[in-house]
Ligand binder design. Structure first.
Ligand SMILES: CC(C)(COP(=O)(O)OP(=O)(O)OC[C@H]1O[C@@H](n2cnc3c(N)ncnc32)[C@H](O)[C@@H]1OP(=O)(O)O)[C@@H](O)C(=O)NCCC(=O)NCCS
Length: 163
């Protein structure tokens, strides 16, 4: 999946996309993705989207947390960062529920359909995982499967198993 030690080829190096599906039905619920990965520092950025029929059920927070646990806990990454427009409260709640810490505001740093916006920057680092673990699986349903793929290829490994 994400290669440790030996980086993958350039064409897969900076972006990885994951499909989030219901563990029972297999229905597509959303996506999470890694972008702007910096291999020397082991830092990446997460972005996400959830399907209209899946919103408000904690799907994106759970998938983002699963991705963070996998990346920082198993793949040796040191920082997963997340940017949310200051007006996007739902996205900020996803970051908080997934265990990210709010670090500050980047002014005029993002562009949405309404135009230029300020962005909150959040991060998750390995030390945050212990607190996540203490919050425990009870906080989240683990009823998702997060599949990886890139550029529309592949169907492979699950980051977080369901059930
Ligand atoms: C942002 C988005 C990914 C959230 O997905 P989701 O699966 O509904 O997220 P979750 O259910 O895990 O959590 C959503 C939280 O935001 C809250 N929320 C949702 N809409 C809201 C709104 N308009 N105002 C305030 N809070 C809102 C929910 O109540 C929930 O918080 P809670 O659990 O404390 O009640 C989804 O709305 C989406 O795809 N939006 C369009 C794309 C986007 O904005 N991507 C992020 C770019 S940074």
């Amino acid at each position: 999946m994400v290669h440790r030690g030996v980086p993958p080829p350039a064409y897969v190096r900076r972006r990885h996309h994951f499909a989030v599906t219901d563990a029972g039905s297999g229905q597509l619920l959303g996506t999470v993705g890694l972008k702007k990965t910096d291999w020397p520092t082991r830092v990446s950025e997460v972005g996400y989207w959830s399907a209209p029929w899946a919103r408000g059920r904690g799907v994106t927070a759970e998938a983002t947390r699963a991705l963070g646990e996998w990346l920082l806990g198993e793949q040796g990454f040191q920082r997963l960062q997340l940017f949310a427009a200051t007006g996007n409260t739902a996205s900020q709640r996803v970051a908080e529920k997934a265990g990210f810490q709010r670090e500050g505001i980047l002014r005029n740093a993002g562009y949405v359909h309404a135009g230029l916006v300020d962005l909150f920057v959040f991060s998750l680092v390995p030390g945050d995982l212990e607190e996540l673990t203490q919050r425990g699986p009870a906080a989240m349903s683990r009823a998702l499967v997060v599949h990886w793929s890139w550029h529309g290829e592949g169907d492979g490994a699950a980051v977080a198993g369901g059930g």
